[in-house]
Design a protein around this ligand. Structure first.
Ligand SMILES: Nc1nc2c(ncn2[C@@H]2O[C@H](COP(=O)(O)OP(=O)(O)OP(=O)(O)O)[C@@H](O)[C@H]2O)c(=O)[nH]1
Ligand SMILES: [Mg+2]
Length: 225
């Protein structure tokens, strides 16, 4: 017996249900993180923008300041990034997604399952390198950080507005290469402003350390507010 005409196409309905399920898990995670007093930052960018190198430096600086950071890192394959991050001596776990181009809240939940969250001050979640898929998936984070390297061009915020619009702070990376590629910072700032008015932009080179103090100050303030 027919139940009448469908108002929502099946494929859209399935996608909405998947996202709703993800949001419910993310909400539970956020509550757990808050209760445990851990501040959670997710990192998104295109492949190779410098997420892992920025995180390596961040973990090292936080450890030097006697904070207790940890990191999860998502990739389709390999545990290369986890091995790099583990050099900081912080707890690190790799999540391999196989064919999936983003992390989901359930993957984060499984990954932190054995950790005592009370023993952490910060948790960083490096998403799969991709400027499209990760934008719709809440991971229970407090802060979503989008990275844009100087070698990618200033127009990325305009081409991928959803990921920039769903982020809280933009970090321009590889500043040491800016002159070589004639990076136009004013144009990049204007493009960020068009897509996400008022979003702070921090400029760093993880290689030279330039701008990392400003990032540390920003993180400290954000985690207290
Ligand atoms: N010159 C320079 N190179 C950098 C900087 N940050 C990262 N790199 C280089 O850029 C390349 C990619 O850096 P990763 O940190 O692996 O980038 P990623 O975003 O984690 O890459 P995926 O996880 O594959 O998406 C590496 O060769 C790094 O050494 C920087 O501040 N300056
Ligand atoms: Mg990486």
């Amino acid at each position: 017996m027919s139940s009448g005409p469908r108002t929502v196409p099946r494929i859209v309905e399935v996608r909405q249900n998947v996202l709703k399920h993800n949001d419910e898990i993310a909400r539970g995670l956020r509550e757990r993180f808050h209760k445990a007093g851990v501040f959670v930052v997710s990192l998104v960018s295109s492949p190779g923008s410098g997420k892992t190198m920025f995180l390596e430096k961040t973990l090292e600086l936080l450890k030097q300041r006697n904070y207790r950071p940890a990191a999860l890192v998502g990739d389709l394959a390999t545990d290369n990034d986890a091995a790099r991050l583990a050099r900081s001596q912080a707890p690190v776990k790799q999540i391999t997604t196989g064919t999936l181009c983003h992390l989901e809240a359930a993957m984060v939940r499984n990954a932190v399952d054995e950790w005592n969250l009370e023993e952490l001050d910060f948790l960083f979640i490096e998403n799969v390198g991709n400027l499209v898929c990760p934008s719709s998936y809440d991971l229970g984070e407090d802060l979503r950080l989008v990275l844009l390297s100087v070698t990618e061009g200033e127009d990325k915020p305009l081409k991928y507005p959803t990921i920039f619009n769903s982020s809280d702070v933009a970090v321009v990376t590889k500043l040491d290469l800016a002159d070589a590629v004639e990076f136009d910072q004013a144009a990049a700032n204007a493009n960020v402003e068009r897509v996400r008015p008022g979003m702070p932009v921090i400029r760093v080179s993880a290689k030279t350390g330039r701008g990392m103090d400003e990032w540390m100050d920003f993180l400290k303030t954000a985690s207290k507010s």
